[in-house]
Write a protein that binds this ligand. Structure first.
Ligand SMILES: Cc1cc2nc3c(=O)[nH]c(=O)nc-3n(C[C@H](O)[C@H](O)[C@H](O)COP(=O)(O)OP(=O)(O)OC[C@H]3O[C@@H](n4cnc5c(N)ncnc54)[C@H](O)[C@@H]3O)c2cc1C
Length: 507
């Protein structure tokens, strides 16, 4: 159930949100910078967006009266402009299929109290912008997990409720114990303030305990998305096999139709998406029947460019010539190794601390098969300049255990959580094989195929191997770097990576 506001609060909120009583709503009449701040709060605040907006208005940190007066005065003129826009879109975007025009209409959507499973389905739409509740800075509420309607109506309802409740209860119960253990292990540094130290210990404990959170845990996401993509996202959700996906799609459609009605005309169930998925699932099951999944390294580089130096040098030079690629390639083949490295060096050596490498690196692509815990997948999936094919979450690859759990003598409790979740999964999967994933903790591992271009690898490795990152994805980023270094050492030296394992909690 969505948060309840008093009639006075609802009246204050009403001009800025498309509803005050449902978990999904669009923002309106707010300056763009304020929208960005409100979405940024998701990452650090336990409160809902509407509660944070209310606080800003009531504490007079946000004076919107003038803006609203201006809007009211212009209503007649705006109504006329809207009607004209509607006619234009109906003719050109809907009628003639000029879909790119719809990219100029943008919606800001608050998506609250959806499961982490659903958040990944939404964020798979890679051209949009997202900010999500942090598992590091926000403590998740004990009772906030998605009640899967078909499970709640089945004989598994109690098992599902009790298992998710047990996992979230253990997460809450262990917080103090883990914070105390971190403090014993890593006393406050001389230069650290008491407040800074407390915050760092809390954040570290959240990093350790997030492994226990069930995938059905509820989260919040701020979404900024253009009309063209929104139509695609809603279509994808309405065609999704999970009921939660379809529910979210319907709510999203209802709310965004209040903002950009004409552009969402074709946002509907799509038989091509839904039936192809069903057919492929059946076919894949048939094709791999009897094949037991093999042991493989967590990070396997399965495809990479062969003559990488030649390819890169040709791609770099091409843009500065008037020749066909074939001719440039022939010339590059005749260069000495030193000359080729000279071109690459000249291209990359001026890059400052905050500069991205230049675009020719995108012509080289690398495919990685990665086995990753769901918590780390949640983070890595957010990198959009990539092609990702995730497999569904299940217990087949087991789970990760953070080293602190062992060091702090919490292994029996941790293993009991995993065993209980795994058993609940087994029972629920007999009737609901897809919905059973909601009960598995973020510690459970799944496979994902990533194809990254070299430019994104530069970005991903630098950002995700950095000290401030979570250890689980830091490990993946370091392995990705080592694999590129193994096959292309001369290029890898330009990638910025932090290979320190920071084995002890550093605060
Ligand atoms: C330590 C840490 C903590 C984090 N905490 C949170 C958190 O609490 N909540 C949260 O939601 N996320 C969090 N993130 C995720 C982060 O905000 C990014 O979403 C994620 O790292 C993806 O990287 P990216 O946005 O740089 O770009 P990528 O998607 O990897 O794209 C690469 C580059 O392309 C460009 N680009 C891509 N898409 C766009 C676009 N639409 N507009 C403009 N430029 C674009 C940018 O230059 C970008 O850097 C955290 C990340 C780290 C490392």
């Amino acid at each position: 159930m969505s948060e309840v506001f008093t009639p006075e609060e609802a009246a204050i909120l009403h001009p800025y949100v498309t509803n005050v009583d449902r978990p999904i709503f669009a923002l309106k009449n707010l300056p763009e910078e304020v929208v960005a701040v409100l979405f940024a709060y998701y990452s650090r605040s336990r409160d809902s967006l509407r509660r944070n907006l209310l606080k800003l208005i009531q504490e007079k940190d946000l004076d919107l009266a003038e803006r609203l007066q201006w809007r009211a005065a212009d209503q007649d003129e705006l109504a006329l402009a809207r009607q004209k826009a509607k006619e234009f879109h109906e003719k050109w975007v809907v009628g003639y299929g000029h879909a790119s025009v719809a990219e100029h209409a943008v919606a800001h959507l608050a998506v609250e109290d959806v499961s982490i499973v659903a958040s990944k389905i939404i964020e798979d739409t890679r051209l949009a912008s997202f900010t999500e509740k942090s598992t590091r800075y926000v403590v998740f509420d004990r009772d906030k997990f998605y009640r899967v309607p078909c499970l709640m109506a089945s004989p598994h309802a109690r098992l599902y409720e009790e298992t998710c409740g047990f996992l979230l209860g253990t997460y809450a119960r262990l917080t103090e114990t883990v914070v105390a253990a971190i403090k014993r292990e890593t006393p406050r540094g001389e230069k650290q303030t008491e407040r800074g130290y407390e915050t760092a210990c809390k954040a570290k404990s959240c990093d350790i305990l997030r492994y226990v959170l069930p995938a059905g845990t509820l989260t919040n996401i701020g979404v900024t998305i253009n009309g063209r993509l929104l139509e695609h996202l809603i279509t994808k959700l309405l065609s999704h096999p999970l009921e939660e996906g379809r529910e979210i799609g319907a709510l999203m459609k209802g709310e965004t139709e209040k903002i950009i009605p004409t552009l969402l005309k074709y946002a509907d169930y799509n038989a091509y998406m839904a039936e192809t998925r069903q057919a492929m699932e059946a076919l894949a099951t048939e094709q791999v029947a009897g094949l037991v999944p093999e042991e493989a390294p967590d990070v396997s580089l399965v495809r990479y460019p062969e003559d990488v130096e030649d390819q890169l040098v040709a791609a770099v030079l091409y843009g500065y010539t008037a020749h066909p690629l074939r001719q440039v390639q022939e010339r590059v083949r005749k260069l000495s190794h030193e000359e080729k490295m000279g071109v690459i060096d000249e291209y990359l050596k001026r890059r400052g601390k905050h500069d991205q490498p230049l675009r020719a690196l995108e012509h080289l692509t690398y495919t990685f098969d990665i086995l990753v815990d769901f918590g780390a997948f949640r983070d890595i999936q957010r990198h959009r300049m990539a092609t990702q094919t995730p497999q569904e979450l299940g217990p087949v690859h087991g789970y990760s255990t953070p080293p602190e759990i062992v060091r702090y003598d919490l292994l029996p409790t941790y293993e009991a959580c995993m065993a209980r979740a795994q058993e609940a999964y087994r029972v629920i999967a007999t009737g609901f094989p897809r919905e059973a994933q909601y009960v598995l903790p973020l510690a459970f591992r799944k496979r994902v195929l990533f194809t990254w271009n070299l430019r994104e690898i530069f970005h991903f490795v630098q950002l995700r191997s950095a000290k401030q990152g979570h250890i689980s994805y830091r490990h993946i980023a370091q392995q990705v770097f080592k694999e590129v270094e193994r096959v292309h050492p001369l290029l890898a030296k330009y990638i910025r990576v932090d290979l320190d394992d920071y084995a002890l909690a550093r605060l």
